[in-house]
Design a binder for this molecule. Structure first.
Ligand code: FAD
Length: 410
C-alpha cells in the first residue's frame, strides 16, 4: 500500500541490492519503481544460487568484517546495521529457513535461489513495487531527479523521481545483466570510478595438450595454496585453460595484483597438506621393488590429477630421490600466466570510489542519488561476504533515501 504522501523513488538495477532497497523503501510507504535492463530481475542472483546460494557466514563479527580488507571501515556500519542475523531472519521470513553448511556458510533451506526469489517478488508485488524490465539506464537528465533510459524498442524514456538508488552491479557474467556500461555515464558526471577488475577469478596456465585432455574438469581436493605469504586450504578445479575454484579464489586478489606487475607468477601447491615432508619422504623410502613412481605417489594418497600435475610441472621428470620428491609434493610450483577475463569472474573489484558518496551512500555530486551493492569499490572472498555486503549497503542506501526525503520535506 502506498503512503498518502508517498514520494516516488526509482531503483535502477533489479539484482539483490536493488530489490532489497525497493523492499525497504516500499515498506516505509514510498512509491517504488525498479528499472531493469534485462527481461527479468535477479538473473545473477539465480546464477549464484545454482551451486548453492551462500547468503552469508556465521563467523564472529570481527573476522567477518576483516574479509573486506581496506573497505572494512566504510562497509562496517552498514553490516552492523543489517548483518548476518538480520539477513538470516529476512530469509526465514520468506519461508526459506536458512541452514549453516560446511565451515559456517549460510544457505536458504532450498539451497538454490529460485524459491527465495519467487517469494521475494511476491512480497514486493504485495508492497506495490512496480517492476519495469527492458529499461536500460543511460544517463542523468538535465532536470534534477531526471533519469534517462532506453526501453525495449530503443526509444528514449525520461523518468522523474524524488530520489534514486543505483544498484547496477559489477561487470562479471554480462550475459545475466550487469555489463559495467554504467561506468561511462557515471564518470561523465564527474564521479570517480576505480577500474572494474576481476575478483574471485580463475587463472590461466599453459597446460600441455596431454594434461588438458586428461584432466580438464577434474577437481583437486584438499590442497593448500600459498602465494606471497598467504595460504588457503580447500579445493580447486583444473579447467581447459587453467585453474579455478574456492581455494584459488581465496588468493585471487594478490595473484591478480601481482600479475598486473609481472607475469608469470608462481603459485605454490601443497598436494598433501596433512603430511609433513618427513612423513612423505619416509613413505617414499619404502618403495617396493619395481614399483612405479606414479604408484608410489598414489600410495601416499595423491589422486591421479595430483600425480599428473607433478609430471606436468617437471616435464615428466619426477625426482628420484625420496626427499626431493616429498618436497615437490609439498611445494609444487605452478606458474600462472594471467587472470581469466572479468566476464568469467564470480565478482568485480573496483567501482564507485568511497570518497564519492557519504555515510548514507548518497552521491556527493548528485544529491538524491544513492548507490549500493557490487557497483561500489570493494571486494571480498566467496563465503557469503559478497551477498551480505550487497544486502547491507542496499538497506543503508534505502534508509539514506528515507532520511533524505524526510529532511527535504521538513
Ligand atoms: C557464478 C556466480 C556465483 C555466485 N555465488 C555467490 C554466492 O554463493 N554468495 C555470494 O555472496 N555471492 C555470490 N556471487 C556474487 C553475487 O551474485 C553478486 O555479488 C550480487 O549479485 C551483486 O548484487 P548487485 O545487486 O549489486 O548486482 P547484480 O546482481 O549484478 O544486479 C545488478 C542488476 O542491474 C542490472 N543493470 C545493470 N546495468 C543496468 C542499466 N544500465 N540499466 C538497468 N539495469 C541495469 C543488471 O541487469 C542486474 O540485474 C556469485 C556470482 C556469480 C557470477
Amino acid at each position: 500500500m502506498v503512503h498518502p504522501v508517498a514520494r516516488h523513488v526509482a531503483v535502477v538495477g533489479g539484482g539483490p541490492a536493488g530489490l532489497m532497497a525497493a523492499e525497504v523503501l516500499a515498506t516505509a510507504g514510498m512509491a517504488v519503481t525498479v528499472f531493469e535492463r534485462m527481461p527479468s530481475v535477479g538473473r545473477k542472483f539465480l546464477l549464484a544460487g545454482r551451486g548453492g546460494l551462500n547468503l552469508t557466514h556465521t563467523e564472529p563479527q570481527d573476522e567477518f568484517l576483516a574479509r573486506y580488507g581496506p573497505a572494512r571501515s566504510v562497509l562496517a556500519p552498514s553490516i552492523e546495521g543489517f548483518g548476518p542475523d538480520e539477513l538470516r531472519a529476512w530469509c526465514a521470513g520468506l519461508g526459506q529457513e536458512p541452514f549453516v553448511g560446511s565451515s559456517g556458510r549460510v544457505f536458504p533451506a532450498a539451497f538454490r535461489a529460485t524459491p527465495l526469489l519467487r517469494a521475494w517478488l511476491r512480497r514486493l508485488d504485495e508492497l506495490g513495487v512496480e517492476i519495469q524490465v527492458r529499461h536500460t539506464w543511460k544517463a542523468w537528465g538535465d532536470e534534477p531527479g531526471a533519469l534517462l533510459f532506453t526501453s525495449a524498442d530503443g526509444s528514449p524514456v525520461t523518468v522523474e523521481a524524488d530520489a534514486a538508488v543505483l544498484a547496477l552491479g559489477g561487470a562479471s557474467w554480462p550475459r545475466v545483466g550487469s555489463d559495467g556500461a554504467w561506468v561511462g555515464p557515471v564518470t561523465a558526471a564527474g564521479i570517480g570510478v576505480a577500474p572494474l577488475r576481476a575478483a574471485n577469478v580463475g587463472f590461466r596456465v599453459g597446460w600441455t595438450s596431454t594434461f588438458r585432455d586428461r584432466f580438464a574438469g577434474t577437481p583437486i581436493k584438499n590442497v593448500r595454496l600459498t602465494f606471497a605469504g598467504a595460504s588457503v586450504r580447500g579445493d580447486a578445479v583444473i579447467t581447459a585453460t587453467g585453474v579455478e575454484g574456492g581455494a584459488v579464489y581465496g588468493l585471487a586478489a594478490p595473484l591478480r595484483d601481482a600479475l598486473e606487475r609481472e607475469a608469470p607468477v608462481t603459485l605454490m601447491v601443497d598436494l598433501r597438506p596433512d603430511l609433513s615432508v618427513d612423513d612423505l619422504a619416509d613413505r617414499f623410502l619404502r618403495r617396493r621393488a619395481k614399483e612405479s613412481r606414479a604408484t608410489l605417489l598414489r600410495r601416499a594418497g595423491l589422486a591421479p590429477v595430483g600425480v599428473g600435475l607433478l609430471r606436468e610441472v617437471t616435464a615428466n621428470d619426477l625426482p628420484a630421490e625420496p626427499r626431493a620428491l616429498a618436497s615437490l609434493v609439498k611445494d609444487m610450483p605452478l606458474p600462472l600466466i594471467a587472470p581469466q577475463p572479468l566476464e568469467r569472474a564470480i565478482s568485480t573489484a573496483g567501482g564507485i570510489q568511497f570518497g564519492e558518496f557519504d555515510e548514507h551512500f548518497m552521491v556527493r555530486r548528485r544529491p538524491g542519488t544513492f548507490v549500493a551493492g557490487e557497483m561500489l569499490d570493494w571486494e571480498a572472498p566467496t563465503g557469503g561476504y559478497l551477498l551480505q555486503a550487497t544486502f547491507s549497503t542496499a538497506v543503508a542506501a534505502a534508509n539514506g533515501v528515507l532520511a533524505w526525503l524526510a529532511h527535504e520535506t521538513t
